[in-house]
Design a protein around this ligand. Structure first.
Ligand SMILES: C[S@@+](CC[C@H](N)C(=O)[O-])C[C@H]1O[C@@H](n2cnc3c(N)ncnc32)[C@H](O)[C@@H]1O
Length: 267
């Protein structure tokens, strides 16, 4: 199983990413751009992918570094950046690196990990290595925003394994390929809090050819107090815990998100 959650296995997954309807419509960008504006330059996004959040942040006038392990995701990000005005491009620095141990040689006011890259880390050891690297890259009193999903107890217990769920609209790529995406939970490892998922892409080419691409990856889920203990152990104090990107209180909807704003503690 790949180390970057499968994003480095096929260039096509990176190419499709920005067109997937639930990703395209994800309501988190304003939240992260506002946090970056409030913190001020420079900001680091860990697991920046194709620049979905990073590029709007740079457009908002903030200097931002993006780190990702997948060369394919970074290639799409670079391509998207080339279409931006020079001033936006000049605010961005991209690095291919593993979030479990990186050294960028500078400190940031804010480090964000939007849309769950942290859940590709499957052991406490990897989680702590990542948080130690993040901490080393923060200025004194700097902020970490950790964004993970809140595991639904109902889904954990009752979601059938192996069913392909088709609840997303079809989308069309600029070259006319039509894509339907389904998702499937393949296995639960409840003792390790890890689920095996598959995203299945059925691609119809304009000439009629059809292909099926499977993005398989594992995700670890974290519960609220587990994450709080982990952050405390790694030298962070939680200042806010939101249940959504509208800053709604955690618990006001269920399951909602687990969106931590945590400050680097002294020492
Ligand atoms: C769901 S995408 C999120 C991308 C972006 N933050 C966004 O909000 O669209 C997860 C990203 O995490 C990256 N990733 C997974 N494991 C990683 C690791 N060990 N180090 C760095 N990046 C990693 C993947 O390559 C992928 O780009």
């Amino acid at each position: 199983m790949s180390l970057s959650g499968g994003y480095d296995e096929y260039a096509l997954i990176a190419e499709l990413y920005d067109h997937v309807v639930p990703y395209r419509d994800r309501p988190d960008i304003t939240f992260f751009v506002e946090a970056a504006r409030n913190a001020g330059s420079p900001v680091l996004e860990v697991g920046c992918g194709t620049g979905r959040v990073l590029i709007p942040t740079a457009r908002a006038g903030v200097e931002i570094a993006g780190l990702d392990l997948s060369p394919h995701m970074l290639a799409v990000c670079r391509q998207r950046l080339r279409a931006e005005p020079e001033a936006v491009q000049s605010r961005v620095l991209l690095a291919q690196a593993d979030m479990r141990g990186f050294q960028l040689g500078r400190a940031f006011t804010l480090v964000t990990i939007p849309f769950r890259p942290f859940q590709h880390l499957l052991t406490v050891e990897d989680q702590l290595s990542c948080l130690a690297s993040v901490r080393r890259h923060l200025v004194d009193g700097g902020i970490l925003i950790l964004d993970v999903f809140n595991p639904s107890l109902d889904a954990l217990v009752n979601r059938p394994l192996g069913d392909e769920v088709a609840d997303e609209p079809e989308f069309t790529l600029p070259d006319g390929r039509r894509v339907t995406r389904r998702h499937k939970t393949v296995a639960h490892d409840r003792s390790q809090q890890v689920n095996d998922f598959e995203l299945v892409y059925d691609v119809k080419h304009p000439g009629g050819r059809e292909e099926r691409l499977v993005h398989a990856f594992r995700l670890r889920y974290l519960f609220r107090f587990e994450a709080e203990h982990l952050l405390a152990r790694a030298g962070f104090a939680v200042e806010h815990l939101y249940g959504g990107y509208d800053k709604s209180e955690y618990g006001s909807t269920y399951p909602g998100e687990l969106l931590f704003v945590a400050r680097k503690t002294d020492g």
